[in-house]
Design a protein around this ligand. Structure first.
Ligand code: SAM
Length: 293
């Protein structure tokens, strides 16, 4: 991440250089936080156009303006596809936005979040209440501070849904994109359980998606990905990995999804049952990455 005072505006511009040959910049009204945690550099800015922006090691993690898209699609879509999720594991997710969405479902009785960086949690508790809405205090919420790779390799608990809400495959997040890690996630799923993962923007991160899909196709009866457009993850749709041994869950009928959504009583700004179904329709360039696996 670089930052500079630009002649184009009054503020400081924070530049992300996640993708080779591309620099995306976001204008900060003010810097709210800039500190080294035990694992990463955590910067939070009040931006001109996207609300608060959280960056870890220079990579945008979320903005308060569009986090709902990412969190709704990684939480509600698998929960409503499955239909009876009770036990959820989130790997990463330190801002709390994913846990907050998942805990909206009354059927979720226990949610464990394994996050490597206590510094992110401490910050989120204090300064990102609009994202996590106090979910850390929900009696169903259980926090483990550990490397997700070690936790999934050693836990004897079993889950209906594992959500990998990780950083990109650099720094501490790198281990969460390996075949060994995915295999350990599969082994802690209950029968018919689902693994979903954040898999970047395929237009720029084709290698990442292909590698995940190759690993998933060796592990699961049904391995694919689904898509959503998150404005501040630049480069077109982002992909979420989808792995389960119950191949029916990808094609749940629309009427069933509508009934489950209505019964859940949740209110969403991006997710709808129609968007849910359409999210599995892949443009040819993404389909080819999945099929190459
Ligand atoms: N929406 C995000 C994005 O842009 O990809 C992800 C957000 S969430 C803040 C990612 C979290 O994963 C961070 O809090 C980071 O500390 C955590 N994380 C990274 N590597 C991890 C690991 N090996 N085990 C557990 N948590 C990890």
């Amino acid at each position: 991440m670089t930052h500079s005072t630009s002649d184009a505006g009054q503020g400081t511009w924070y530049s992300e250089t996640l993708h080779r040959g591309l620099r995306t910049s976001i204008e900060a009204r003010k810097v709210l936080f800039d500190s080294e945690t035990e694992h990463q550099r955590l910067v939070v800015i009040e931006s001109v156009g996207f609300g608060k922006v959280v960056l870890l090691d220079g990579v945008i993690q979320l903005t308060t303006s569009d986090e709902f898209i990412y969190h709704e699609m990684l939480a509600h879509l698998p929960i409503l596809a499955h239909g009876a999720v009770s036990d959820v594991l989130i790997v990463g997710g330190g801002d709390g936005g994913m846990a907050e969405e998942a805990l909206k479902h009354d059927g979720v009785k226990r949610l464990t979040m394994v996050e490597i960086d206590a510094g992110v949690i401490d910050f989120a508790r204090e300064h990102l209440a609009e994202v996590n809405k106090g979910c850390f205090d929900d009696p169903r919420f259980d926090l483990v501070i550990a490397d997700g790779k070690d936790f999934v390799a050693s836990t004897d608990k079993r889950y209906d849904l594992v959500i990998v809400d990780s950083t990109d495959p650099i720094g501490p997040g790198e281990v969460l994109f390996t075949e060994t890690f995915y295999g350990a996630c599969k082994s802690i799923l209950k029968p018919g359980g689902i693994l979903v993962t954040q898999n970047g923007v395929p237009f720029f991160q084709a290698g990442e998606l292909k590698a995940t899909m190759a690993a998933f196709s060796g592990l699961f009866a049904d391995a694919s990905c689904y898509l959503a457009s998150v404005p501040t993850y630049f480069g077109g749709d982002m992909a979420f990995g989808w792995g389960t041994d119950n191949a029916d869950l990808r094609t749940v009928p629309l009427e069933t999804l509508k009934a489950r959504y209505a019964a859940s009583g949740i209110d969403t700004r991006y997710y709808t049952p129609e968007v849910h179904q359409a999210a599995f329709a892949l443009p040819a360039y993404v389909r080819d990455m999945v099929e190459a696996a």
